[in-house]
Design a protein around this ligand. Structure first.
Ligand code: SF4
Length: 621
């Protein structure tokens, strides 16, 4: 029987140690239960990577996945997902990238590429339809080549301008624990997915496919897609977002007191004028987007004067505006643009990098790190020239940069003297650009997120934008159930490999996903919205089961002490603390997990069809 439409029905497994390549059928039941992308990645990771595997050993596996809508006419639906065990947190990590790699990967004929083992020397994998080649990449390794250059060289060497390449930069080679993977200038950045790729001596994956994705009901898919675009483009949010993208949200977050400064010591900046939308608009050149996306949220900016004057560059996301802006008490836009480019060139996560600099700034302020410890850098708040020097040291792993390249949690352990108090991380992953104390469900999502402090596993638009309905962001009431619901929906669209933005703004809701998915695949269950929401919950729980098997539990779902004990000192969120314990109790109850331990109950796992996983957790105690 033919596999459901929308899928290719095939998994490509590549062992980098033995160079063995095999093609396996994608189990149809797994597709129906875990949809694709993030869900299938979590299922494979649970089944194939046993507890206790060193994330940087050859026993860890790296999964590249697409979803059933990738490559179809459906808009914003062709992202690529990377799933592995994170070297930064030791938990599951899933990170997603945009541009064109997702649809090209799928057109080679595979829904999933599994990478095992470790290549004997630096290698580029070239996948042309079903043909896999191992190409020596020694000349690209250790040369400090920026990621754009690497993609350009590989395309030339392979003699195909249309080849799509996902590669690591020097940071992925040198073991920086928050290295990213880039296609064009879009990256899967969080949790060290690029570090795992580097540990396998894999410099790049180049893909080129000629396959077409067949869908079950083309007319219906076109109709729903047209409707989504027509309705979204009428909204007020569309206009702003498609122009300046996520950096345009900075002013709103600042006004709400959600854009903290000085490593979360302060509420909003006293003087925000340097980062205002007007200032951004002055350096805006044009927008750009990913494959088949009408939103075009990416922006190209050019700084035309000052020390960071340069060529047009791909702009930062909102979180990067913060990590190189308010978090280090800087309002120089030129520095933010330059730092963002350096991070893309070297291939690192901008949130973890900026947070590492803010952490070092606070340690300098508190006298825990001296100027000598910082290799002569005078790291005062807002001193962007000195921050730039430190940034380069982190990229090159020189001096203090060698310690900060391990992420704030490990760096704090090495530095000692109480430094851990100032590491703004959860489960080892640095906290992104939101005041946890100022929006309780958004904060609860960040502390409970399976991958560590991520805003992308349950973005609470109800609290931040009042979409689809407003919630009192300071109240703790009902926030357990709200967080669960947002996290499960996010797990769903991540598994379709649909971008988070159309979902965040309410342009695609679960009913839309159901219509799109059933039209694309013809799988009957997908026409039931409740079935899909349950699938989201199943995916969230299998990720949590993976973490449970690794020893994670309630103790790992806490914000740093600052958020729990110190009220926000200024701005609209003034006086707020993060009521971590109260919120966790409510959340675990909403999830049907054990409240004392934060572990999914056997009953919940069985209810979700995760009997095998429940059994395994029972066995491992
Ligand atoms: S909304 Fe932005 S990030 Fe998402 S797919 Fe479209 S262009 Fe890419």
């Amino acid at each position: 029987m033919a596999f459901a439409k929308g899928y290719t029905g095939k998994v490509l497994r590549i062992n980098l140690s033995s160079r063995r390549v095999s093609i396996e059928p994608l189990p149809e039941r797994d597709a129906a239960l875990f949809i694709g992308g993030r869900g299938l990645g979590a299922k494979l990771l649970f089944d194939e990577v046993p507890a206790g595997v060193d994330p940087l050993s050859e026993n860890n596996k790296l999964y590249f996945l697409t979803g059933p809508l990738a490559g179809t006419i459906s808009q914003s639906s062709s992202r690529w997902m990377v799933v592995t065990k994170s070297p930064l947190s030791g938990a599951i990590i899933r990170s997603t990238g945009g541009a064109d790699f997702g649809q090209e990967l799928k057109s080679t004929g595979f829904d999933v590429v599994v990478l095992e083992g470790k290549a004997a020397q630096p290698t580029t994998l070239c996948i042309r339809d079903e043909k896999v080649e191992f190409i020596d990449a020694t000349h690209l390794w250790g040369k400090e080549l920026d990621t754009e250059k690497v993609q350009e060289i590989i395309r030339k060497e392979l003699g195909d301008e249309k080849m799509q390449i996902a590669c690591i930069g020097p940071a992925g080679e040198n073991g920086t624990l928050f290295a990213s993977i880039l296609n064009a200038r879009r990256s899967a950045s969080r949790g060290g997915v690029g570090t795992v790729m580097g540990s396998k001596n894999l410099k790049a994956i180049a893909v080129r496919g000629t396959g077409k994705i067949a869908v079950a009901d083309k007319e219906k898919l076109n109709e729903v897609t047209k409707q989504v675009v027509a309705e979204a483009t009428k909204t007020h949010m569309y206009e702003g977002f498609s122009h300046l993208g996520t950096p345009g949200v900075t002013a709103l977050m600042h006004e709400m007191g959600m854009h903290p400064a000085k490593n979360f010591q302060m509420g909003p900046l006293d003087d925000f004028s340097g980062l205002s939308p007007d200032k951004l608009a002055q350096i805006f050149i044009k927008d750009e987007g990913c494959f088949r996306c009408f939103i075009h949220c990416g922006s190209i900016f050019q700084v035309k004067d000052g020390p960071y004057k340069g060529n047009p560059v791909v702009g930062p996301e909102y979180e990067t505006m913060w990590s190189f802006g308010a978090d280090i008490y800087n309002t120089d836009l030129g520095f933010i643009m330059a730092a963002n480019k350096v991070c893309d060139d070297y291939g690192v996560d901008t949130i973890s990098t900026g947070s590492a600099i803010a952490f070092a700034m606070e340690l300098y302020e508190k006298g825990i790190l001296s100027k000598a410890d910082l290799d002569g850098i005078d790291l005062t708040w807002g001193n962007h020239q000195e921050a730039y020097r430190l940034l380069i040291k982190i990229m090159k792993r020189e001096g203090i940069g060698n310690i900060l390249a391990l992420g704030t949690r490990r760096a704090a352990e090495q530095i000692g003297k109480g430094a851990e108090k100032y590491a703004m991380q959860v489960k080892g992953l640095e906290i992104p650009a939101y005041e946890l104390r100022g929006a309780k469900a958004h904060g609860l999502n960040i502390v409970t997120s399976n991958i560590g402090a991520s805003h992308m596993t349950g973005y609470c638009t109800q609290e931040l934008f009042g979409i689809p309905e407003p919630y009192d962001r300071f109240s703790v009431d009902g926030k357990g159930a709200l967080t669960k619901s947002v996290q499960d929906k996010t797990a769903l669209y991540d598994s379709l490999t649909v971008c988070g933005f159309p979902a965040a703004f309410g342009w695609m809701v679960p009913e839309t996903f159901s219509r799109l998915l059933s039209a694309a695949t013809g799988i009957e269950e997908f026409s039931d919205v409740n079935y899909l929401i349950k699938a989201g919950e199943r995916i969230y729980n299998i990720e949590r089961a993976f973490n449970t098997r690794e020893g994670f539990g309630r103790k790992d779902d806490y914000a740093p002490e600052r958020f729990i004990k110190e009220p926000v000192p200024n701005g609209p969120s003034k006086g707020q603390v993060f009521e971590n314990d109260v919120l966790l109790d409510d959340y675990y109850q909403a999830r049907g997990w054990d409240v004392k331990t934060g572990i999914p109950s056997q009953k919940k796992l069985e209810e979700l069809g995760l009997q095998k996983e429940a059994e395994e957790l029972k066995k491992t105690g």
